[in-house]
Design a protein around this ligand. Structure first.
Ligand code: TXA
Ligand code: MG
Length: 348
């Protein structure tokens, strides 16, 4: 199929949005920007449409999709029970990078929820996404718009790399603002539980609703505790090259990585290094990529997946990464980095 590229980098295009809404309503697939990463959208209430998402991504069918809405009242049609704490979080953070899990209503097909009795819901903070959701009937199921196992797309060109010819339309809204996926909080149990860290961190949630716990599986080095978000168990976000995260004092990290680089270069290999603006000129060779300044967390989160994709294209022998434990999004950034590295991390 021929994929339409709808360029909305300079603003909404009413005609193309109407066309995108028609594609969704007719059971087709449209990729669109959100404030976190690009999503691959289909009508969430149409099981045949939702099934196409799994096909296009090569996604295992037990990995549920997030339903995106544009109006608060629409939540009550797809969630069987909405606790007061969830209403408080929605008021504080929607539209925004927060996904909440509820018992599902009957109208949500099991194809959308990966067979689970619960549904994940989020209202994205992006004008194009919100207009597309409204034009498409109010409920868009959307995982990240990458092929399963590749880094999530943070630019339309990443989506095109993975989805060209497989879906009806890609809406180009330029680079995303956050770059790591939304925080997922399970609201269906006694105490709200974070299943995936994101921009909205534990402290921000607790300021609104009191105690929130983290899924213990998030801290397992060898994941034998089963995560509650099925998607978190897969070796997601994986670059093609092996990757090692080096954590410690700045000068120790640099000298350790330099030592390894020198050895690899001597063997005729070409390693890649994930660095910051502050450190990028202190490496002895290899392909060095800066994620941005450590004083600008959003720059770091925004560049993470793009840098991993660039290293895939450049076929480096191995990737060495500094650790990025920044104050607000650090936990989310490190969660993605550690997964990309298949948990290979050393402390020096
Ligand atoms: O920021 C985001 O959330 C992006 C944009 C497009 O909105 N979407 C996204 O979707 O990251 P995806 O499919 O890549 O990740 C969805 C995650 C998976 O780990 C999945 O297992 C989990 O949400 N999930 C969805 N429904 C769930 C449910 N009912 N119970 C537990 N986990 C659920
Ligand atoms: Mg994903």
């Amino acid at each position: 199929m021929e994929t339409i590229i709808a360029d909305m980098r300079d603003g909404l295009d009413a005609g193309l949005l109407e066309r995108a809404g028609e594609i969704i309503a007719a059971g087709g697939l449209v990729a669109f920007p959100t404030e976190t990463v690009y999503g691959l959208g289909a009508n969430a209430l149409d099981e045949n449409a939702a099934a196409k998402i799994y096909g296009a991504k090569g996604r295992p069918s037990d990995n549920p999709l997030i339903v995106h809405i544009a109006r608060m009242e629409d939540l009550y049609r797809i969630a069987a029970k909405v606790p007061e704490k969830a209403e408080a979080l929605a008021k504080a953070f929607w539209p925004g990078p927060l996904t909440m899990i509820f018992p599902k209503a009957d109208c949500v097909p099991y194809t959308t929820t990966g067979g689970l009795p619960t549904v994940a819901v989020r209202m994205p903070d992006h004008e194009i996404a919100l207009e597309l959701i409204k034009a498409g009937g109010g409920y868009i199921a959307a995982p990240s718009a990458n092929t399963s196992g590749r880094p999530s797309p943070t630019e339309a060109k990443h989506v095109a790399e993975d989805m060209n010819g497989k879906i009806e339309m890609i809406i180009d809204g330029g680079s995303v603002g956050i770059g790591v996926e939304s925080t997922i909080v399970d609201m269906s149990g006694e105490t709200p539980m974070i299943l995936r860290p994101g921009y909205i961190n534990q402290k921000m949630l607790e300021q609104v609703i009191g105690p929130v716990v983290m899924d213990p599986a998030l801290f397992e080095a060898a994941p034998n505790v089963r995560p509650k978000a099925p998607g978190m168990k897969y070796r997601h976000y994986a670059p093609k090259a092996e990757m090692l995260i080096v954590e410690g004092k700045e000068k120790d990290v640099i000298s350790y990585i330099n030592d390894r680089i020198c050895r690899e270069l001597a063997e005729g290999k070409m390693p890649g290094i994930i660095a910051s603006e502050e450190t990028k000129d202190r490496y002895a060779g290899g392909i060095v990529k800066s994620m941005g300044s450590r004083t600008d967390e959003l720059s770091i989160s925004r560049h993470l997946y793009g840098v991993l994709r660039e290293f895939d294209a450049q076929k480096v022998s191995r990737i060495y990464s500094e650790a990025f434990d920044t104050p607000t999004i650090g936990q989310a950034i490190m969660n993605r980095l550690v997964k990309a590295a298949g948990h290979q991390m050393i402390h020096i």
